[in-house]
Design a protein around this ligand. Structure first.
Ligand SMILES: C=CC1=C(C)c2cc3[nH]c(cc4nc(cc5[nH]c(cc1n2)c(C)c5CCC(=O)O)C(CCC(=O)O)=C4C)c(C)c3C=C
Ligand SMILES: [Fe+2]
Ligand SMILES: [Fe+2]
Length: 319
């Protein structure tokens, strides 16, 4: 037998192929059909998705994608940069795939196994585990394994919000931003939400986010009134994790908070939800409610402090 041939696979959520209603429709159809993402009864959601969501949302969301699109969707461009940088740092082949849309996970797993890799380390780029994100990645891996006779060794890094290397990278990035731009009345940690019902049923994602923000705030020696945690990206009519980012910004502006800095520690790469929803929509919410200064602190992206942290996290599980 030859020495184990290891490959690292980064996974992120996904994005449409193009900022057009047609491409966004195809992407949303795949994404929102996953029962990990929308847990409504299948027969009901089948019709709601086709009658009320897919005929309308893609047109509006395509315009939002167009407002942040570069050569490609930011999340795919940045994941590609992260993949290259981590490969150089580790000296081990690093690949990436998206859970929804392209490049897809299954063809990559097939290719790596067919090439004779017998150890795969899979790192979903969600620092805080949720069934709706990393759980959905695990589903694809499990289905893929089901169809294969010879299996490689597999390590799934479930999450890394507690890893000192990642907490340190987040704190360093925020500190560097504040050294360059000054502080604000409030530092807001805004996380992507999930429906409150998922938490009630046992998904401890919200708790991980709250503890995550606490660890970073401690690292920065912030007093309790200098920071806050909120949840963004509500979808549909039900209650999601609270407090909501937009409502909180509005309330603070009314209470005399003049300046805020927002950081999104649940997003390893900037994407529609940070560049458009936070840096454009929520900026507008805060400023039009009387706030004076709104600053978005970028995601860790392909910053060397992030790549160093990911390299440490992966090295710990390498054979
Ligand atoms: C409908 C339910 C959704 C759940 C639950 C959900 C959880 C969740 N999502 C992320 C990260 C990202 N989500 C992104 C976009 C996005 N998310 C939803 C819905 C749910 N997300 C939708 C419908 C969309 C698409 C845009 C829209 O139509 O509003 C993205 C950005 C992708 C991009 O292309 O830039 C990310 C990243 C997390 C971390 C999470 C739960 C923990
Ligand atoms: Fe989402
Ligand atoms: Fe959004």
């Amino acid at each position: 037998m030859t020495a184990p041939k290891t490959a690292i696979v980064l996974i992120n959520l996904g994005t449409p192929d193009a900022p057009t209603p047609r491409a966004v429709r195809a992407y949303l159809k795949e994404f929102l059909s996953d029962p990990r993402v929308v847990e409504a009864p299948r027969w009901l959601w089948f019709w709601v998705l086709r009658l009320f969501v897919l005929p309308f949302r893609p047109r509006r969301v395509a315009r939002l994608y167009a407002s942040v699109w570069n050569q490609d969707s930011p999340i795919r461009e940045i994941t590609e940069q992260q993949t290259r940088a981590l490969g150089e740092r580790l000296g081990v082949p690093v690949h990436y795939a998206m859970r929804y849309g392209r490049p897809a996970m299954r063809p990559l797993l097939d290719k790596l196994a067919d090439e004779g890799h017998d150890q795969l380390v899979i790192l979903p780029l969600y620092p805080q585990y949720s069934g709706s994100t990393t759980g959905a990645v695990a589903d694809v891996i499990a289905e893929w394994m089901h169809g294969r006779r010879e299996l490689p060794g597999l390590t799934l890094i479930r999450d890394y919000w507690e890893h000192p290397a990642w907490v340190d990278a987040m704190a360093t990035s925020i500190r560097t931003f504040r050294e360059q731009h000054g502080d604000a009345d409030k530092l807001v940690f805004s996380f992507h939400g999930i429906p409150k019902e998922y938490e009630d049923k046992g998904d401890r994602y919200g708790e991980r986010c709250r503890r995550s923000a606490q660890l970073i705030a401690q690292h920065l020696s912030l007093a309790d009134d200098e920071w806050a945690i909120t949840f963004q990206s509500r979808f549909g009519p039900k209650e999601w994790l609270q407090p909501y980012t937009d409502k909180s910004l509005e309330a603070w502006a009314g209470q005399g908070v003049r300046s805020v800095q927002l950081v999104c520690p649940g997003f390893s790469a900037d994407c529609l939800e940070t560049l458009e929803e936070i840096d454009a929509e929520n900026r507008e919410v805060f400023l039009s409610a009387g706030g004076e200064r709104f600053q978005y602190i970028p995601a860790l992206n392909a910053d060397p402090v992030h790549i160093d942290a990911l390299a440490r996290i992966v090295r710990e599980v390498l054979p």
